[in-house]
Design a protein around this ligand. Sequence first.
Ligand code: ADP
Ligand code: MG
Length: 679
Amino acid sequence: MQLSEIKSFSKPLIANLAKLGVHDQQDLILHLPLRYIDETRIVSIRDLRLGESAQVQGEIVHAEVTYKPRKALIARLEDASGQLTLRFLHFYPSQINALKVGNQLRVYGEVRHGFFGYEMVHPQCKAARESSTVNEQLTPIYPTTAGLTQPTIRKAIQSVIRDAALLAETLPAFAYTALNLPSFATSIQALHYPQPDADLMALEQQATPEWRRLAYDELLAQQLSMRKHYAKRRSIDAPAMAASQTLVKQLLQDLPFALTSAQQKVIKEISHDLTQPHPMQRLLQGDVGSGKTIVACLAALQAIEHGWQVALMAPTEILAEQHYKKFATWLAPLNINIAWLTGSQHKKDREAAQQAIASGQAQLAVGTHALFQDAVQFNKLGLAIIDEQHRFGVQQRLALRKKGQPEPHQLMMTATPIPRTLSMSYYADLDVSVIDELPPGRTPVVTKLVSDQRRDEVLQRVREACQTGSQAYWVCPLIEESEALQLQTATETFENLKQNFSDLRVGLVHGRMKPAEKQAVMQGFIDGDTQLLVATTVIEVGVDVPNASLMIIEHAERMGLSQLHQLRGRVGRGAAKSTCILLYQNKLSEMARARLKVIYENTDGFAISQADLHLRGPGEYLGTRQSGVPMLKIADLTRDEDLLHHAKSVADALLKEYPEAVDQHLQRWMRHGVDLVKV
Ligand code: ADP
Ligand code: MG
């Protein structure tokens, strides 16, 4: 029932609850406490323990407003066992009144070390009598909004929670008893009305069976909706393309290397998907340098062989260009026609490319965002490949998919590995292939953490590397607040380094350059004319220059872990031993230190992304995907991994045998009809 239909709920109350996302009775029931306070006991001052929150009662024996070191209201509360200081840094005249000597007070707060023994800062206070009773239950504290007090929320929840129908079980018992979890009704009641003997610590850490039950329910709902979505996709038509008979064989014959077994495995998975009459949506994950491009190319050939067009979209011009060249060398001998499309090309060239794509003369179109613009019409698009998929928004990927009729297959590639728990939850509707092996002959990159104070040594290192015929990258700091400032820093760094290395050929590349300029600079580096390339993070993705064996990253502490890993992946692509130096400014924060340590200690992208997830939480990870997928509110993928695994297997059983339970469960947990817009 909507809250507006409940007579006892006032308009302002309904409006305030709506701000919290609470619209109906089920929402209210699932509006769970943030924490609890224990007002069931009165603790003797002598028995207070540091760090603990407790309720004490006594008489005010001293009170004063002091002005040094800053204005504060300080009072001493005394009970039969001792004294406690109460300290207020902000206070109203009414509080001075309430804390008058001789008043009996009951206070609740966290016990801290103070000047004169234990103290509480800003405790909750209320007038009391010796005979005042204590609460019988722990007091839940709810997330709230301005104008909505805790007692009001509590009352609203209490008024609906007695309705047994609202707490009905959605799941058959086997689904939760195997984990020793209580029923839904028991859990909801215990969380809104914890018993006095409940373990406060466990409750606050959401570690009780009741919390776990709800986290599990939420994860299960997510699994169910993802599965349903997955199944729905199977009912959509897509071109079925039999495995390639000729083109793939021809390309493999000409290829100067043999595929790794990991590459062979993923190619098989993709090739099988393409034979199916419903759209593939597969995510190909492989660490930087694992060789995803050739995999994409082989997939493209399967489509092309059957007369379907392929689109390959990359997030930057540098990367798109590089793909274009690579595909051209691989596919020209097979007489395959490739169109090249970017936003920056001359109108005439673009129109020619569009023409070739529309007529079907171009069998493959490689480009940037330009590919999904309205003006681009494919003759017969059968496969859309998206490199570095996390750089594109849901809508952009969708727009590209819409260019085919029937729906084209979609292959997404990423070098930013998705942590296992994320891919089991938020990405459960996609198929995932992983290249978990690097081509042979690569030497691992050695990573060093160096303080900026030792910059001179680093400069010396760069000189030596370049003098011995190797090449180096110098990556300028990321300045998120201002692109202009970032550009300025890059330009200054470039000027400084050029002066410093008058004997070396130094180049500069940044995101604001015209594509032609950028391309010229990159070409200079690829050809070995430029020895040291100063760059902003535009080189983060995809750039492949095997002769570069040294990378300096300035202000590494400002960058995301996955980004650092990507950047570092630009070196170590040849046979030479490579080094990546992370320069940091002194005085790293605790967090920055922890993050850099992860990069320093790990070379495996999956381990790095898992650590990054722990440090940052899933929000940032999901990025654009977030817009289409409801976020988990209760479950925590780090804490609740065991529940996730269980939910996954139970979801299968439920879908097979208990369709009604599935509907009921989804109705409770996904009621607001979240439309799962899919990547
Ligand atoms: P990424 O997965 O980062 O996109 P690329 O596809 O750019 O990696 O491959 C990196 C380099 O490795 C390229 O120069 C590519 O030609 C080469 N490569 C790919 N597969 C193999 C292989 N099986 N053996 C040797 N080199 C390979
Ligand atoms: Mg790549």
